[in-house]
Structures are given as C-alpha cells and as structure tokens.
Design a protein around this ligand. Structure first.
Ligand code: IMJ
Length: 193
C-alpha cells in the first residue's frame, strides 16, 4: 500500500485499504520529510521561497498531523505514534534551513497531538536522532564533518546507528513507554547537552 501524502484522495484510499487488511492497528511510525535541494544549502533567508516553504511544511508536517488523525481512527487504545525529528528544530544547524522550521513545527505538533489523542489512550512522541549517513543525508555538503563533530564532542564520543534509533522507537511504541507522551527523545549519544 503506498500513497502520496500531499494527495487527500490517495490517503483516503491507503487508509481504507489498511483498515480492510488489518481492521485495527497498534502503532504508526511517521518517517517522511522533504525540502527542495536548493533550500538545504547556503543562506536560510536568501534561499527559502514561498513554494519551497509550503512544500516542506506540507510533506514534512501536515503529513504527520493528517496520518495521525487517520491512524487514530483505526487505532486500539494503548496505541502509539512515533515521528522523527532532528536537533535543528531547537538550534541553528548550517544548511538545514527550512527543515529546521519544519521540525520545530513537527515537535509542536507532537505536543498538540498528545493532548488531543491522549484521552483515547493514544500516545504521540518523536525521536530526535543524531546524524546518520542515510539516503536523506546523501549529497548534503559538509555532512561528513557534522558526523565528525559528534565523534569529537558527543558525551559518548561516537555517532548513533540505525539499530539504536530502532530500539528507542520500539520502546516508545511498546507498553514499556506507556506513561510517555508528548515527548521528544534525543537519541544522539548525548550531543545535545
Ligand atoms: C540535511 C540537510 C542539511 C543538513 C543536515 C541534514 N543535517 C542532517 C541532515 C545536519 C543531520 C539529515 N536530516 C536530519 C534530514 O532530516 C534530511 C532531510 C532531507 C534531506 C533531503 C535530501 C534530498 C532532497 N531533499 C531533502 N529533504 C529533506 O532533495
């Protein structure tokens, strides 16, 4: 089942298919973001266009609110939703630019979703992972030096691995995290301190 998150009709169909296939669900992992390559370099004030801003917010933030609403309609009590964020939501990170704004909006959305869906027993959290060399980081100039900065300065003196982020997600999605909602969990070797 796949759908374009900017297309309401496709999202209607995808969630109808999910409901048909599974009946109810226990969790949702939201792991999608996008900004134009042009906006992810150089000056934030110079390179952020109206259309680029709109598109980054639509794909990276509205998709989270929308998918959470749709998921909550077929989610069992005790259900859990996890999205991904990055330290750029809180601090200036060179080149991250409009994605910083989108991640700040996503973290604020985590809190509002937690407040709205808590009464039906659904928890919403985000994981703020340290940088990892994945497809989303490919082609970003200076990425290797960002990784090196984490090795040099993070309390654990290393970068994080995908499996370590997955373990944190498994915690938040499972009953082990049953009293945690509206939280942004930093999984970054302590770099943020
Ligand atoms: C991405 C850009 C600039 C600096 C960055 C990143 N830093 C990190 C990332 C410091 C860690 C990776 N990251 C956390 C992201 O969220 C990446 C999002 C992203 C990446 C691309 C690349 C290709 C493209 N659009 C993108 N949109 C969002 O065309």
């Amino acid at each position: 089942i796949s759908a374009d998150v900017t297309n309401d009709a496709e999202m209607d169909t995808a969630f109808a298919q999910l409901k048909e296939k599974y009946g109810t669900i226990d969790f949702l992992v939201h792991a999608i973001a996008f900004a134009g390559k042009e906006e992810l370099q150089g000056s934030f004030v110079a390179n952020t266009t109206r259309e680029g801003f709109r598109r980054a917010m639509d794909i990276s933030v509205f998709s989270f609110v929308d998918a959470s609403r749709r998921a909550s309609e077929i989610m069992n009590p005790g259900g859990s939703i996890v999205s991904m964020t990055y330290l750029g939501a809180e601090r200036v990170v060179p080149s991250y630019n409009v994605m910083c704004v989108a991640k700040a909006a996503r973290e604020a959305s985590v809190r509002y979703l937690a407040a709205d869906l808590g009464p039906q027993g659904i928890r919403i959290n985000a994981i703020s992972a340290g940088p990892i060399k994945t497809l989303a980081a490919s082609g970003i100039s200076g990425f290797s030096s960002i990784l090196q900065t984490y090795r040099d300065r993070a309390p654990l003196r290393r970068t994080v691995e995908t499996a370590e982020v997955a373990d944190a997600a498994a915690f938040l999605l499972s009953p082990a995290g049953r009293a945690v909602t509206g939280e942004v969990l930093l999984v970054d070797g302590g770099y943020h301190v």
